[in-house]
Structure formats: structure tokens, C-alpha cells
Design a protein around this ligand. Sequence first.
Ligand SMILES: Cc1ncc(C[n+]2csc(CCOP(=O)(O)OP(=O)(O)O)c2C)c(N)n1
Length: 519
Amino acid sequence: MNIERSKELITQLVAQQVTTFCVCAGARNAPLVRVLDSAVGVEVLSFFDERAAAFFALGRAKRDGRAAAVITTSGTAAAELLPAAVEAYYSGVPIVLITADRPKSYRGSASPQAIEQVGIFSHYASPAYDLDKSFSDIKISAVGATHINICFAEPLIDGEVPVLQFEAAVAIPISFSTREQDNRKVDLFMSKISRPLVILGALPVEERARTRNFLLQLNAPVYAEALSGLRESDELAHLQIRSGVTGLTAKSFGQLFDSVIRFGAVPTLRLWRDLDGELKNVPVLSVSQLPFSGLGRAADEQAVSFVDFWQSEFKLKVATADWAKHEQDANKKREYLLQQYPLSETGMLHALSEHISSESNVFLGNSLPIREWDQSASFSKPHPNIVANRGANGIDGLISTFLGWAATERENWLILGDLSALYDLNALALPTEEKTVRIVVVNNGGGQIFSRLFQDSRFLNRHSIGFEHWAKMFNYSYLKIQHGEFNKLSAIDTRVIIELVPDMQQTVKFGQEWGGPAT
Ligand SMILES: Cc1ncc(C[n+]2csc(CCOP(=O)(O)OP(=O)(O)O)c2C)c(N)n1
């Protein structure tokens, strides 16, 4: 029965385009491990750390546009999947969490490695199946995590292990279900505004060209985050607010704009948070692949889908307003500061962005790297292949997600903070195949994002740890850049850890003169 049911489960998942299985072997999931071991035509990868494996699967799903699965044994192994499930939920990435369990009769018994696995991911996994002896048809979700809890009685290997042959999978892009919306909501919103600010968060690749064409017609000022893939667009340059937070403050907002239209996922930009504070009366329309409003306003302010937005009928063309002059001045300041403080964190990220080729994959870590990249990355070198874990903005699992997302045919760059790196040190043991992997740790000695929020060192978790020995431990090359020696990047090994050590004084000066709040 166990082997038969394992075969049935894997076959059903492959039929739904799940072709990567991140396996964390233990005793209880042995039937699944053995069946996958002899399966042909699927990617089966081994992991010892379930949390890392789940983030790796999330990265794989982001890369391939279809769900990837992670398989654990019973007990706390299952609980390790929660952080990735949360990220998957808020970023709409499909993953399948398969947890092996002891038979139902063990529930509540505290017998070894029997914990309450049913419902363990709460609303972060839907649908959730609990398969005891029986088997039912599994239908995985196209967005977020699906949980399959499967009980295996002993003997665990209870039959001959079949050789499953699967055809090579065809990549199918994730299709986000359309929400039931009344697109008159869009027309009504548009009829009441005349000077919108457009903010672009992470945009699905397939919506980018259409969004860009629409913005050219609309003629409104646009703040494009890197994850939109349109930040460095030449066509949109004349509409863009490239000065970032210097140009976009809650104070100047009212003089320039009367509303906000957001495209894509929830933005990182500080001004977005002001929409729940100083700017709480500013009307906001969100157009997104996911329903989340990203604001603490009334619950009915769900984002409208792209489909609904494109079907609406409004006509609005914004007259060129005073923002262009305002932007020119603010942008001059940005450029001046980048030149003046090249060893600040932002200055260093600017230099780094000029060294990373446009064809590369770039993964941005939370919390400062993603903000600093938005502020400082070069506009003359586009980086359209760029992602982050911005569903729940966690600093956990970033290296694991990145390694799952990394592609064989490109250089893969990850830029993350020092605490985030410390959080996921064992990820370097994960499979990297033949990939070119560059992991940049911005080592500012702790969680410096908090130095801008609180005058209290308890928040920082300060340390004086360096990352050289970490690189050695996992057979990565190591490079330190402290005084602007970016030319070292012209000849580096396939797998390398690059430690960037910014100059604290320059970083502080940059922040003070920049003016706008950084978080
Ligand atoms: C799992 C998790 N724990 C805590 C936080 C809260 N948090 C946000 S940023 C941050 C510090 C990050 O430090 P570091 O990785 O060094 O990056 P930097 O401060 O330089 O951005 C923390 C603890 C979080 N986002 N995720």
C-alpha cells in the first residue's frame, strides 16, 4: 500500500507539472524517497535541512513558473516548512508540501516523532489533504502552498519499487486566477482623479510590455522599483521619478499628486507606508496579480486584477505638471551623493550594479539591499531578471531561495545583509550543479536597518563576524571589497562569496544628506 500510494501521489503531481522534488529523507517518508529514487524524467534533489529545502523549492517554482515539491519525514521536520509556506502565500508562488506521518491512530499519543501535522500550516496552505489509508484525487493550487499529509504504516517499504518514467516537462507559466471584480471600480476611480503617481512593484514578466504601453499613454509620473523590470526602461525614462525617496516624500506629495495607482506586487518604497499614515486619505488603486491591498485600510480595498484593469474603459491623459522640475533637482542630488560617497552602502551597490551584466540573474535580499538597490543601481545598465522574497519580507531562507532560483545558463547574483546570511549559512550545502553563483554579503556588522529607526543597539545584533571561513568551509572562493576595489570582480571563480564592507561614516553622511527616510 505505501509504495502504491507513493507512486499514485507522484504520478498525480507530475501530471500537474510538478517535476522538482526536494527530498529530505527520514524513516517515515521512505516509501516516497524510494519511489522517487527510481523515477526517470523528474528532478530529485536531496536536502538535510527542511527549512532550506522548502525555500529552495520556492526558488525553483519562481524560476520555472510551476510548482515544486518538498518532502519531509514526520515530526518537527514538517514544522520547518512554515516560513517558506508563508512567503509562498504572500507572493503567490505555488509549492507543494508533502509531510509523511504516522498512521492516524498515533495522533495525540506523543509517541516518537508523532506530532499534530494536520492543519500545521494553518491558512498558509490551501488546499490541505490528509491521506490516511485511502487516496483521493489531489488538485494543487496555482498560488501559494498545497499541503499533502500522507500516513504510512509499517512495514514502510511494503512492495516492489516501480520504475516510473515521465516525459520531460513542458514549462507552463503560472496562471493567476482572475478575481471576481466589477471593473466599474476602475472607471469610477479614474473619473475622480487627475494627477496620479504611478508606483510599479514586482510585475509579472507577461504584464510588463502592456503596462509600459499604457503608462506611455497615461503620461503620469512613474516610480518604478527594480522588481518591476521597467526601472531602467528607456521608453519610460521621461516619465520616471528616478530620484527615489529624495523626490518622493509625504510632504511634497500633495503639491504634485492627488492619487496613487500601483501596478504589481506591494511596493517597498517608503512612501507606500505613508499611505497608511500621513497620506491615509489619498485614494489608491492597486492593479496586481494577487488580491492583497498592501495597506491597512478597509478590507474591501482588494487589488483589481490586470485582466479587469485592461478591460476598463476610462480615458485619462495626465497633463505634464511641475513634477519634472522637482525631479530634475532631486535627481541631481542623488547623483551628487553617489559620487561624493562611493564607499557608502548605496555607493557600493551602485558600483556593483555597474559590474553585473544585464543578462545576469539578480536576487535582492531584505531589508536594506533591496531598498538600496532601488535607490542607487545604475540606470544605464538594465537588470530585468531580478527577484526578491517580498511576500513576507523575511530575512530567512534567502540563500536557499536564491539557489533554487539560480539558472544554469546565466550568472546568478545574490545581494544580502550579514544577518540574513548568518540566518541561512548551511544553504551553501545545497545543490548548485554547474551554476555560476556569486553571493554578495553587505557586511555592515548587524541589522543596520534598525539604526535608522531606533537609537537602541539592542535592535542591531551587532557583531564582528567575517565571512571568509564560511566560504572556505563550503569550498567557495572568497573576495573582500572594502575600499572600492571593484576591479577584482573582473576575474572571479564560478562560486564565490563577495564580502562588501561599506564605510560606516560615508553611509551615515549619505543618509543624512539624502533627506528622505530610508525605510
Ligand atoms: C525571519 C525574520 N526575522 C526578523 C525580521 C526583522 N528584520 C528585518 S530587517 C532585519 C535585520 C536584517 O539585517 P541584515 O541581514 O544584516 O540586513 P540589513 O540590516 O543590512 O538590511 C531584521 C531582523 C525579518 N524580516 N525576518
